[in-house]
Write a protein that binds this ligand. Structure first.
Ligand code: TRP
Length: 333
């Protein structure tokens, strides 16, 4: 008997442009999962209100994040790709779960403490109950697998706790969601300045965005830190050189990488040439994604259509869950 596919759910923040780190760390995983699982991918527009109360840019941001994710290979025909605010059942489940979440545990959440510190004039209740809303997103589809990075582990732990508490009090409806990614370790994409990984908050010039044009990609890559080259054969690589090799492994051919490894080990490497090659391979990788994302973004009708289709799929799954929830909780009079 064919068993039902496991359910995957994740949320995508509509703030900021996608960069290479997001692509290899997250989006590529989503793309693979759409083959093997029943997937729900959601733009977390409501969550963004906890930190970005001004909604003037919201539409633009939602359109951009959808376009970029589709350009990377998410297929709106295969997965439910939708906006959080379009699925009203989320708000109902969020309200119910709020009765199961204790002030003490919410106040202890690392992300809450961090954001309260960053925006002391806007420590709103939504910020406090952010993990409750995230739990609602996930268990609304009775999802068991949640592809997220390390920074979300505590939120997932809380999601398990809230799901458990619900199950214990009202009847077993929800699986306990687990963080899940292909491969044992998430790929870290090093930044171009030799410090840390690519991220949108740090040095902008050290991060390659999927929206960067060819010239900007070349400029950023050519500025990456190097040195005079090794003076002894087969010597270990300094971090910033290792990083250039790591970036090459993401986008260049085996032969190219092998040739530069050889050159490094025999002290004949010319970093200028290596960066030129890396820049061209990055351009080849990023350009088609950028162009596809641009053309999707310009097609507002298409975006509307896919959002509606995604919301329809998500609502269908949400309605089934909410019927069970209301009945389990005794709202049947
Ligand atoms: N909190 C997540 C982040 O900051 C976004 C998110 C919202 C999410 N709802 C979710 C992630 C549900 C996984 C599942 O990236």
């Amino acid at each position: 008997m064919a068993s039902r596919k496991q359910i995957v759910m994740s949320g995508i923040r509509p703030t900021g442009f996608l960069h290479l780190g997001n692509y290899f760390g997250a989006v590529r995983n989503y793309v693979r999962m759409q083959e093997d699982y029943e997937c729900f991918f959601m733009v977390a527009d409501l969550h963004s209100l906890t930190t970005h109360p001004d909604t003037a840019e919201l539409k633009n941001n939602v359109h951009r994040v959808l376009s970029e994710n589709i350009a990377c290979g998410l297929d709106p025909d295969r997965v439910a790709l939708y906006c959080q605010s379009h699925v009203h059942e989320t708000a109902e489940l969020y309200l119910l779960l709020n009765m199961l979440a204790y002030l003490g545990e919410l106040e202890k959440t690392t992300t809450f403490k961090e954001k309260a510190r960053l925006q002391p004039d806007n420590v709103n209740a939504g910020l406090l109950t952010y993990p409750v809303l995230q739990t609602a997103d996930i268990i609304l589809h009775r999802a068991s697998l949640v592809p997220v990075g390390k920074d979300q582990e505590q939120h997932l732990e809380m999601a398990r706790k809230f799901a458990q508490r619900f199950n214990h009090r009202y009847g077993k409806i929800f699986p306990e969601p687990q963080a899940f990614n292909y491969g044992s370790e998430l790929i870290k994409v090093p930044s171009l300045d030799g410090a840390g990984k690519m991220s949108k908050s740090e040095n902008q010039f050290a991060t390659l965005y999927l929206s960067d044009d060819d010239e900007l990609i070349r400029k950023k890559v050519m500025r990456a830190k190097t040195d005079q080259g090794p003076t002894e054969k087969n010597s270990p690589k300094p971090d910033y050189i290792e990083n250039i090799f790591l970036l090459m492994k993401l986008v260049s051919s085996e032969e190219t990488i092998h040739a530069f490894e050889e050159a490094y080990n025999t002290c004949t490497i010319r970093y200028g040439d290596m960066k030129k090659e890396l820049a061209e391979d990055m351009v080849k990788f990023i350009t088609p994604i950028r162009q596809k994302a641009e053309s999707i973004r310009n097609d507002e009708n298409y975006l509307k259509e896919i959002m509606e289709k995604g919301a329809e799929k998500a609502r269908k799954s949400a309605r089934t869950t909410m019927e069970q929830v209301r009945s389990a909780m005794g709202f049947n009079y």
